[in-house]
Ligand binder design. Structure first.
Ligand code: PLP
Length: 398
């Protein structure tokens, strides 16, 4: 009998496992299943980027790099961020290349949090935020957003959730799982709140290129915010480079220096081949990125239209590649809906509660799958809803 769990630290032992992984495990065993579950582009990394990676290997680029990342990549990041988001960062001291946004978030939280510190985050949200904060012996303070308001974060909600001891505010626009975005006026209100409460803002902008309505604004570009914001970004989503595992953090030198310490002891550096590929993505990847974004937009429009036609109320997500329909009209809770849909119609969606209690009554459907799959999945969901409503009506009278 394995009794090794007695060695596990309490704060790790009591972390819940990600609710999404269970679904992937079932889907991978199922023939003819259609997955709307995965938060990963269905596109292969554009060929030009792969070619640069292959050439890097051919040239024997197999070494460690500078802990901060290749200088050429940091310079490319500095140019890309200045052009597309506004703030200018010094590649020598204000930019750090990481193993995806995942590592950037982890080392940032570890660099800034003392045990007992508190971090505000809006919820429903990406599954890693609250556990990442808990792993630092800190407390995650959720700021609920409401379905009635299409899950938009408001300054009033922030104010209501704030407590003494809050040190940072974690933002994610466009938002996983709701597809929500924040316009400049809202960001200005949030910025004023962050200044008033002296919060460090952690801004995860991994989906920013995948903004379909309006223009994406980074909170780091607002007056006075560059000094209190760490901008996190990466290549996984917009450039379809999840497997390369490369991302970056830009921010004030003092915080970046502390992150560098954690990074150099825990990780050393991101893989050199991935860094070479990332330079190519930033330099020549725009056309491919725009082509993929157009596909996502087409798929978003069809999936949202079909959900609403089927009676699953679904707001129009303004960014990322997720739709977040309300399933409460079926009378089922999110988990039962997702489990039954998978078992009875072989369509995988993620229960909204995987992203926090505010996701109750919703499911997340990723539209990073082909147009044809989306149509087939919606047909199957329609058949499932018919069955559920007949069951709710009960057997016909004898
Ligand atoms: N942040 C958000 C909001 C995400 O949805 C994800 C992945 O799904 C990540 C970060 C992790 O990205 P990366 O592949 O860069 O580690």
């Amino acid at each position: 009998m394995d009794t090794s769990s007695r060695f596990v630290a309490h704060h790790v032992g009591c972390l819940p496992k990600s609710g999404i992984r269970d679904f992937f495990a079932i889907v991978s065993q199922m023939r003819d299943a259609i997955s709307l579950g995965i938060g990963e582009p269905d596109f292969v990394t554009p060929y030009g980027i792969r070619e640069v990676a292959m050439r890097a290997l051919e040239k024997g680029k197999t070494s460690y790099t500078d802990n901060r990342g290749l200088k050429a990549l940091r310079e490319a990041i500095s140019r890309y961020v200045a052009q597309n988001y506004g703030p200018e960062y010094d590649p020598e001291i204000e930019i750090l290349v990481t193993i995806g946004v995942s590592e950037a978030m982890d080392i940032l939280l570890r660099a800034i949090l003392n045990p007992g510190d508190k971090v505000l985050y809006h919820e429903p949200c990406y599954v890693s935020y609250a556990p990442g904060i808990a792993l630092c012996h800190a407390t995650a303070i959720s700021v609920p957003t409401s379905a009635a308001n299409n899950f938009a974060l408001t300054a009033d909600a922030l104010r209501a959730a704030w407590q003494p001891g809050c040190k940072a505010l974690l933002l994610n626009f466009p938002t996983n799982p709701t597809g929500g975005t924040a316009d400049k006026a809202l960001l200005e209100e949030i910025a004023a709140f962050a200044e008033e409460k002296d919060l460090l803002v952690i801004s995860d902008e991994i989906y920013s290129e995948l903004t379909f309505e309006g223009v994406h604004t980074s909170i780091a570009s607002l007056p006075g915010m560059r000094e209190r914001t760490v901008f996190l970004h990466g290549f996984s989503k917009a450039f379809a480079m999840t497997g390369f595992r490369v991302g970056y953090a830009c921010g004030p030198a003092g915080v970046l220096d502390a992150m560098l310490k954690v990074h150099q002891y825990a990780i050393m550096c991101a893989p050199i081949v991935s860094q070479e590929a990332a330079i190519e993505a930033l330099t020549n990847g725009r056309e491919d990125m725009l082509r993929m974004r157009e596909k996502y937009r087409e798929r978003r429009d069809v999936i949202v239209r079909r959900f609403n036609e089927l009676g699953l109320r679904c707001h129009l997500p303004r960014g990322a590649f997720y739709a977040f329909p309300c399933i409460s009209s079926t009378g089922l809770d999110s988990m039962t809906f997702a489990k039954r849909l998978l078992q009875e119609q072989k369509v995988a969606m993620v229960p909204g509660t995987a992203f926090g209690p505010g996701g109750a009554g919703f499911c997340r459907a990723s539209y990073s799958t082909s147009y044809e799959n989306i149509i087939r999945a919606c047909d199957r969901i329609g058949a499932f809803l018919d069955k559920v409503s007949k069951q709710a009506d009960g057997p016909p009278p004898q």
